[in-house]
Design a protein around this ligand. Structure first.
Ligand code: ADP
Length: 355
């Protein structure tokens, strides 16, 4: 009859299951134990052999119980970053041996890099309009000509509006990314499209762009966070208007495609060069030609859309031809959305791109 494992048996089981290398050595550096993760580097070939040599160097240097750290970057593929740390093993205050942990910090490093880039981008995006506002205000204080005063005031207004917009988008993105206040309910597609159109109608009128709707089934519904979904479609319609010429039409469509519900926004505007298609969903990414237009936005709109798709276990797709126009489609899956409603968890989504 098998007996239940005792706490003494469980400890080695636990140590061998850790997603972390654990190595124990005598005080003179002789290795007496490695768990399964650490075993992977014994007799390893290619760049992984570097881990073993870093380990023996660390054990050498840490003799006598020194606490040391050493990083090993493996150029792969796949690229990996490992961190080795030594600790003294003490008994009655005496160093009886050494313990070394080997940790895979690849993902933590990647997240740290993303965070650093993000902060650098945010600082740049905020500093640019703040700098412009300072210069404009200074010039304005010395201007007498009413025409110049009016032009400078307009630019001041535009720059402060842009600054406010960037801050709003940053707050929206952070709220949506953190998954905070995800409030699923049964939402009608009609209400999502209506709130997106209401939000953009005034800008569309100013730009001379018409908004059209093609929805054959008015009863379509989806389980999701109404505010997030309206914000995503609102962003897509806003972009479609921004990057279209006067006289053109932006069309919103909602249709069932197999198991999926497709919400799309099509324009006949400037389109997106193929080389930029896979980057437009990144935070702060803008296509150069769009940037030069006075209408250039914050570069955060599509990052928000992508995150809304992610929160709804859906995906977002773009088809675009430069000079002809673009279609952005948010795919939602009613059954997967229903499951989310039950578990309130998000599943990973994809971005797909077609030139
Ligand atoms: P922005 O606030 O600059 O519009 P987005 O994240 O919404 O930022 O979009 C990123 C970039 O993708 C835009 O700067 C623009 O270059 C391009 N883009 C987005 N939507 C369209 C569209 N409908 N037509 C052409 N280019 C677009």
């Amino acid at each position: 009859m098998s007996r239940a494992p005792s706490p003494d048996d469980r400890l080695p089981m636990l140590v061998s299951a850790l997603p972390l290398g654990v190595v124990l050595a005598e005080a003179d550096g002789t290795i007496v134990f490695r768990n399964a993760f650490a075993q992977n580097f014994v007799n390893a070939r290619h760049s992984e052999a570097l881990v073993e040599s870093a380990l023996s160097k660390l054990l050498d240097d840490a003799r006598g119980g020194r606490r040391l750290e050493r990083s090993v970057d493996l150029y792969g593929p796949p690229r990996r970053n490992l961190e080795l740390r030594s600790f003294p093993v003490l008994e009655d205050g005496n160093v009886e041996g050494l313990a070394v942990t080997i940790e895979d910090v690849t993902e933590a490093r990647r997240i740290e890099d993303v965070r650093r880039d993000f902060i650098a981008n945010v600082s740049h995006e905020l500093k640019t309009p703040v700098g412009a506002i300072g210069i404009l205000a200074e010039t304005l204080s010395e201007a007498d000509d009413p025409e110049v005063v009016s032009r400078l005031s307009d630019r001041l207004h535009d720059e402060s509006h842009r600054l406010g917009q960037t801050i709003d988008d940053l707050l929206t993105l952070s709220r949506i990314e953190s998954g905070e206040r995800f409030e699923p309910s049964v939402v009608t597609i009609d209400s999502i499209l209506t709130s997106a159109v209401t939000r953009v109608q005034a800008a569309a009128d100013r730009a001379g762009v018409s908004l059209a709707r093609e929805v054959h089934d008015d009863d379509l519904t989806i389980v999701g966070d109404e505010r997030q979904l309206s914000s995503a479609i609102g962003n897509l319609v806003e972009n479609a208007v921004k990057y279209s010429d006067a006289g053109s039409t932006v069309t919103l469509r909602a249709e069932q495609q197999g198991e999926w519900l497709a919400l799309s926004v099509t324009d006949n505007g400037i389109g997106i060069p193929e080389a930029d298609l896979d980057r437009v969903f990144e935070r702060f990414y803008r296509v150069d030609h769009a940037r030069r237009r006075s209408t250039g936005g914050t570069g955060l709109g599509l990052a928000i859309v992508r995150h809304v798709a992610l929160n709804h276990a859906g995906s977002v797709d773009v088809t675009s031809v430069e000079g002809e126009g673009s279609t952005f489609t948010l795919f939602l899956h009613p059954r997967r959305a229903d499951e989310l409603f039950e578990t309130n968890e998000s599943a990973p989504s994809e971005v797909s791109i077609h030139g």
